[in-house]
Design a protein around this ligand. Sequence first.
Ligand code: DC
Length: 227
Amino acid sequence: MSKYSSPVVTLDGPSGSGKGTISLRIADALSWHYLDSGALYRIVGLIASRTSIPFSDEAGVSKIARSMQVEFIAGQVFLEGEPVEDEIRTEQAGNRASQVATLPLVRSALLEWQRQCAKPPGLVADGRDMGTVVFPNATCKIFLTATADARAQRRFNQLRLKGFDVNIRQLFEEITERDRRDAERKNSPLVPADDAITIDTTKMSIEQVSDSILLHIQNSGLTIPDK
Ligand code: DC
């Protein structure tokens, strides 16, 4: 059992590994809360760029992370009441997020915010360091991977569905560069926790991945409610 006030399931992995879609399905199956930690870094990057605070100004960027008013309502993200979902989902926003995420003061500013999301009946937390740093005592830790080609293709499909004009080659390069930065940074790098279960989703459907995770969750002693 976790030492948080509620049980936590963590899902970490690189971009395009399916974390977002799968985490939402798992949170829905369990009727638990969902934390999209990447959205927090995306919003920090958005505010820094709107206010022209350079990413090299660690104190300035971390001040944003400490003071921003963010709310998640019905799957949409609001910054001080303004809907910013579309603006934070672009690849440019992902790249900015990955850059501000290298700053230790930004990461520590967001730590408590994220931990407070562990509320009853439970939390599914999606990110890069959920199982290693934010919730090291989580009940069940999953690490999702997929080949870079498969991940670029998924991001391409997702962004096209949202109406963005994207080029798959460029997307592939941006994703591999972002993952390299996320995996090689000194603070909270993208690595599986020692006690995480790694699932390669390259050839799996969303249903197969969700079913496999739900089985691991049950094996950790948690109950999946009948729906
Ligand atoms: O999950 P995402 O693609 O929305 O995340 C955007 C960036 O934010 C990602 O490239 C790295 C950073 N991030 C992080 O460093 N730690 C997290 N827990 C979540 C995201």
